[in-house]
Write a protein that binds this ligand. Structure first.
Ligand code: MF3
Ligand code: CO
Ligand code: CO
Length: 272
C-alpha cells in the first residue's frame, strides 16, 4: 500500500465532498444548544445529508477491523470524551463543550471535518483549550507544502500544545482520505521535524489533533467506540481535510460558517 496521489478529477470531487461536510457543520451549528440531545443533532445531520445534500453519512455502520458497526451518522464527543462519542439521549447543558465530527460521501469521495462547540457560558479555561487546539491544527496545516515531512506537522502541533500546558493524544491520528474514509498516510499529531513521509502535490489527508487538558492517556468505553481521557480531564479536537498543492496547501473543508484561521496564517500568506 502507498499514498495515493489524486488526479485533477479526483481533487474536484474531493472539493465537493469536503465542502458538503463543512456546510453540514454550518447547518447543525444553530441547533447545538443547551437542552438539545446529541441524538437529535444526529437525526438532523442524517436528514440533511441524505435529503438535502444527496450524500451518504460515512460513519453510519462503519466497521473497521475489530470494531462493531458505528451506530450513528456523526460523532458527538462531550467534555472528557476525546473522540467517537455516540449520540445519545442526554440533553446538552450550560457549560458543556463538545466536538461534532462529520464525514460525508459524495460521488464516491469522502469529506471529513470537525469543530468544537461551547454550550452557553463555559469557563475561561475550557474556551482556552478549544482555542489552543484550533491554533494547533492550523500550525500543522501551515506546514503543508511539497517537500515538507509528516514529522514537521506532528512536531509543530505537539510543541504548540505542550507549550500551552496540554497533552497530545497518541492513539488516534489524521489520515489520508479519498475513495476510502481512512487511507495512507497516518498523520501523527506529534513527532520530530525532518522525519516521516515527504509530502507531494496531490496528496489529501486530514489534520485532526486531539488535545487533553490533563494527561494524554486514553480509555475505551465498553460500547467499543467511545474514547475518554483516562484522568477524565477535558479534551478538544478540530479537523480539516487538506490538499497538498504545488505551492502549499488548500483547506478543502471550507464553507461560510468556518471559523477564520488564526492571525499567524493570514500574516504568513500576506508575506508570501
Ligand atoms: N471522522 C472520524 C475521523 O476523523 C472517524 C469516525 S469513525 C466513526 O477519522 F465510525 F466513529 F464514525
Ligand atoms: Co472526522
Ligand atoms: Co478524520
Amino acid at each position: 500500500m502507498s499514498i495515493h496521489i489524486k488526479t485533477a478529477e479526483e481533487i474536484e470531487k474531493m472539493r465537493v465532498a469536503c465542502r458538503l461536510a463543512s456546510e453540514l457543520l454550518d447547518y447543525l451549528t444553530p441547533h447545538v444548544l443547551a437542552g438539545v440531545t446529541t441524538k437529535a443533532i444526529d437525526q438532523l445531520a442524517y436528514d440533511y445529508i441524505v435529503n438535502v445534500q444527496h450524500a451518504i453519512p460515512a460513519p453510519l455502520n462503519y466497521a473497521p477491523p475489530g470494531y462493531t458497526p458505528y451506530p450513528a451518522s456523526i460523532c458527538t464527543s462531550v467534555n472528557s470524551v476525546i473522540c467517537h462519542g455516540i449520540p445519545n439521549d442526554k440533553p446538552l447543558k450550560d457549560g458543556d463543550v463538545l466536538n461534532i465530527d462529520v464525514t460525508v460521501i459524495k460521488d464516491g469521495y469522502h469529506g471529513d471535518s470537525s469543530r468544537m462547540f461551547c454550550i452557553g457560558n463555559v469557563p475561561r479555561h475550557v474556551r482556552r483549550l478549544c482555542d489552543i487546539t484550533f491554533e494547533a491544527m492550523w500550525h500543522g496545516i501551515a506546514m503543508v507544502r511539497p517537500g515538507a515531512r509528516l514529522g514537521d506537522i506532528g512536531h509543530v502541533i505537539q510543541t504548540f500544545a505542550e507549550n500551552a500546558g496540554y497533552s497530545v493524544v497518541r492513539e488516534f491520528c489524521g489520515h489520508g482520505i479519498g475513495r476510502n474514509f481512512h487511507e495512507e498516510p497516518q498523520v501523527l499529531h506529534y513527532g520530530r521535524p525532518g522525519t516521516g513521509e515527504e509530502l507531494r502535490a496531490g496528496m489529501i489527508f486530514t489534520i485532526e489533533p486531539m488535545i487533553n487538558a490533563g494527561r494524554r492517556e486514553i480509555r475505551e468505553m465498553p460500547d467499543g467506540w467511545t474514547i475518554v481521557t483516562k484522568d477524565r480531564s477535558l479534551s478538544a479536537q478540530w479537523e480539516h481535510t487538506v490538499l497538498v498543492t504545488d505551492t502549499g496547501y488548500e483547506v478543502l473543508t471550507q464553507s461560510a460558517g468556518c471559523q477564520a484561521p488564526p492571525d499567524f496564517v493570514a500574516k504568513a500568506h500576506a508575506a508570501a
